[in-house]
Design a protein around this ligand. Structure first.
Ligand SMILES: Nc1ncnc2c1ncn2[C@@H]1O[C@H](COP(=O)(O)OP(=O)(O)OP(=O)(O)O)[C@@H](O)[C@H]1O
Length: 238
């Protein structure tokens, strides 16, 4: 793996919810880096702060204390305009896949492409169809989400997250609503596409069955990152 600049670099990050007497610290002195092409899985009990950390990394919440750099851009004290620009480099995949029911699979993906002003509609359609084929949904391009299985819907969400070739994909419980085989298929697909494109993936999960796709597993306990170990289940790759 090439050790170039980290995609994510976090130093002494703290986070709090509430104000005054109700102020409560949720994240405590978080430090870690994620490099291009790495797949990092974050585990930990419910309420330990995983989603909070993921939303900070995604520029969906303001950094209050410490440093969080995404692709060498500092998010601490970044204004909304800068956060919006940084978010363009990130693909988001969540448990509730947030597909629009009145759009077909292709239109749901195409919408993400058309956020780029400089891509024509014709090109957006071509890219969306190619991405849906890559996730195995070629025959379902014109289906509406309601007529697809949970695993197929999640694959549309993956296509939508990856279609703009983001440097980073953030996934929060992407397999939670899926049966064992669909969950496995979905993460293996993410892994394959990440390998092909050098995308970094940071994935939060309670699903022990998918830990082997990670290069590194980090564990959050009460707002503290407990371990940051190489995944011994996985052989290293070039
Ligand atoms: N907007 C908020 N305002 C106040 N407290 C919050 C807010 N969001 C989360 N919390 C609290 O912060 C703590 C961490 O929540 P967070 O959602 O980050 O945990 P998590 O590890 O992702 O949990 P889960 O695995 O259940 O999704 C919890 O105690 C939660 O109740």
């Amino acid at each position: 793996m090439t050790r170039t600049e980290p995609v994510i670099s976090i130093k002494h990050l703290n986070h709090y919810y509430g104000k005054g007497a109700l102020k409560r610290q949720i994240l405590f002195d978080i430090n870690f880096d994620v490099y291009p092409g790495e797949i990092v899985i974050m585990t930990g009990p419910s309420g330990s702060g995983k989603t909070t950390l993921l939303s900070l990394i995604g520029g969906l919440r303001s950094v209050q204390e410490g440093s969080l750099q995404l692709l060498s851009h500092e998010l601490y004290r970044a204004n909304q305009k800068k956060l919006v620009n940084i978010r363009r480099n990130i693909g988001f995949i969540f448990q509730a896949h947030n597909l629009l029911g009145f759009l077909t699979a292709r239109q749901n993906v195409q919408m993400a492409v058309e956020l780029n002003d400089n891509i024509s509609q014709h090109e957006a359609i071509r890219m969306s169809e190619a991405m849906l084929k890559a996730v195995g949904l070629g025959p379902r391009i014109n289906y509406y989400p309601d007529n697809l299985s949970g695993g197929q819907k999640q694959r549309i969400a993956i296509a939508r997250a990856l279609v703009n070739n983001p440097a980073l994909v953030l996934a929060d419980e992407p397999t939670a609503a899926l049966d064992r085989q669909s969950g496995r298929d979905v993460v293996e697909l993410m892994q394959r596409l990440a390998r092909e494109k050098g995308t970094s993936i940071m994935l939060v999960t309670h699903d022990n069955r998918i830990l082997d796709i990670a290069d590194r597993i980090i564990n959050m306990e009460d707002g503290v990152l407990e371990s940051d170990s190489q995944n011994v289940l996985v052989k290293s790759y070039d």
